[in-house]
Design a protein around this ligand. Structure first.
Ligand code: C5P
Length: 250
């Protein structure tokens, strides 16, 4: 499989989550910080509101796009969705749910390269293992056994075996995944909170948090950051300070 060819500048590791309900607010915000970040994450909220135009307009700002739509369906349908996602210019990361199973992940892994000309760089495929909003009890309720951490590592290994390039996981799980899946496997971590973040604990629903330094030290390749930049009094300064912390931690 082709190796990652992401730019080595520390800003390449910073992905800003565009959690907006309209494309105009997303573009307005993204254009303020586009030169300081590696990618913007477009998730279900913005994509459902604005569709592929969101990818087009955000990619036009110059940073890459992580299309975070977490596909989970029968293999044929997921392959079709991944093919369409990979064909959108500027998309560098796409994801599926590992709980969709091996055949679904294999179909997605084949589709991610299918529309790309030989020798050209292709987007990378990630798997979400267990949603960080699910605890042991919530997993049991849907029939998924074992502790969250052991299940996450097992699903990461299954994703790797299926040809998936990496996973989205909390910083707390990153070390165990790195150990199990090796160096070339991508790890993308949300829940990142710089120590001096403007985001106050009372409004923060991330239960498993870590600093940018801790994320990089745990083996993360990319950090997904939303509110610490979105809600900062000075978003450019907040983004720059995270990039500086990434640079100092590598
Ligand atoms: O504002 P905050 O930094 O918490 O935003 C993190 C982003 O990462 C949000 O878009 C959220 O949906 C996403 N995310 C997450 N936890 C996961 C997977 C994705 O917070 N396990």
């Amino acid at each position: 499989m082709t190796q990652t060819t992401f730019d080595a500048h520390p800003r390449s590791s910073l992905i800003v989550a565009l959690d907006f309900d309209s494309l105009s607010s997303a573009v307005k915000f993204a254009s303020q910080v586009a030169d300081l970040v590696g990618m913007f994450k477009i998730g279900n909220q913005l994509f459902t509101a604005a569709g592929p135009a969101a990818v087009k307009e955000i990619a036009a700002l110059g940073a890459g796009v992580f299309l975070d739509l977490k596909y989970h369906d029968i293999p044929n349908t997921v392959a079709g969705a991944v093919l369409s996602a990979a064909a959108m210019s500027g998309v560098q990361l796409v994801n599926v749910h590992a709980l969709g199973g091996k055949a679904m992940m294999e179909a997605a892994a084949q589709a991610i390269s299918a529309g790309v000309p030989m020798g050209a760089d292709r987007p990378r495929l990630l798997a979400v293992t267990i949603l960080t909003s699910m605890d042991h009890r919530a997993m049991k309720e849907v029939g998924v056994g074992g502790t969250p951490k052991s299940r996450v590592v097992k699903l990461a290994l299954l994703a790797k075996e299926s040809g998936v390039d990496g996973v989205v996981a909390s910083v707390q799980e990153a070390k165990a995944i790195r150990k199990a899946c090796g160096d070339g496997f991508l790890i993308v971590t949300p829940g990142v909170r710089p120590k001096d973040s403007d985001v106050q604990p009372a409004t923060d629903d991330q239960s498993r948090k870590a600093s940018p330094r801790e994320a990089i030290r745990a083996g993360a390749d990319f950090l997904v950051v939303g509110r610490p930049i979105l809600a900062a009094a000075d978003p450019r300064a907040a983004a720059q300070s995270i990039v500086d912390e990434i640079a100092a931690s590598k």
